[in-house]
Design a protein around this ligand. Structure first.
Ligand code: DX5
Ligand code: ZN
Length: 225
């Protein structure tokens, strides 16, 4: 079974206290910090740039899981790698040569991943399996935190998990204790949560509970033959 990982999304943190928010994630036992990078073109919102990533990298020693919601990721991967990104995820729907950009990310020494929007079919991942360390499944339309989880995406997760038992599969959008359990049961092993985790009084308790729930629920919908 791949390791269960929990990544709080900094998008839901108090923007006036981002360095503190990074330290809260670290102290809370997060496996990394998820950074949502939006260009106002690929998605209808603008969020943070490489200088915020560099701030997070200075604030804490923790894995930086960087989700590029940008039309031209090839123009930004070096800047985010230089800022300390450890994983760089690009969208298959973006305008780039995806294979080339994934190779460039790995060439910089980072983990490379692809992200699939809710409507993008599972087959869109097929050409890239050898070139990636992770597939991120969007369970909301990207652009904003605080949206509702789209359970139909889990059909895609099941089919990819069946084909790739050890690949890192992550989920992003509307994750809380209940939706994380459903995602884990379908085969997700890495969980991004913004509103839910930053809404906890005690981040560590929230992460611990999510980890316990996801560990218990992982692939439970599979009936042994
Ligand atoms: C949405 C972002 C998500 C977002 C998740 O476009 O990719 O990472 O921060 O936020 P919640 O957990 O609030 O749905
Ligand atoms: Zn994200």
């Amino acid at each position: 079974m791949p390791a269960i990982k929990i990544y709080p999304s900094l998008l839901a943190a108090d923007m006036g206290n981002l360095a503190d928010a990074c330290r809260t994630c670290r102290v809370g036992g997060a496996d990394g910090i998820h950074l949502d990078i939006m260009d106002g073109h690929f998605v209808p919102n603008i969020s943070m740039g490489p200088s915020i990533a560099a701030m997070a990298d200075r604030a804490v020693d923790i894995h930086m899981h960087t989700h590029l919601m940008v039309t031209h990721p090839q123009d930004y991967i070096q800047a985010f790698r230089d800022a300390g990104a450890d994983t760089i995820l690009i969208h298959v729907e973006s305008r780039c040569d995806v294979t080339e950009v994934l190779a460039a990310i790995r060439g910089m020494g980072a983990r490379a991943g692809i992200t699939l929007n809710p409507e993008t079919p599972a087959s869109a991942a097929d050409p890239y399996i050898e070139a990636i360390d992770e597939i991120l499944f969007m369970t909301v339309h990207p652009g904003f935190g605080g949206q509702s989880f789209m359970p139909d995406v889990l059909d895609k997760v099941r089919s990819i998990r069946d084909a790739h038992p050890n690949l890192e599969l992550s989920v992003d959008g509307g994750i809380n204790d209940e939706t994380a359990a459903a995602a884990a049961s379908a085969g997700i092993n890495a969980f991004i949560a913004g509103t839910h985790l930053f809404g906890q009084k005690d981040m560590k308790a929230g992460i611990d509970r999510l980890r316990t729930i996801c560990t218990g629920a992982y692939r439970t919908e599979i009936t042994p033959s």
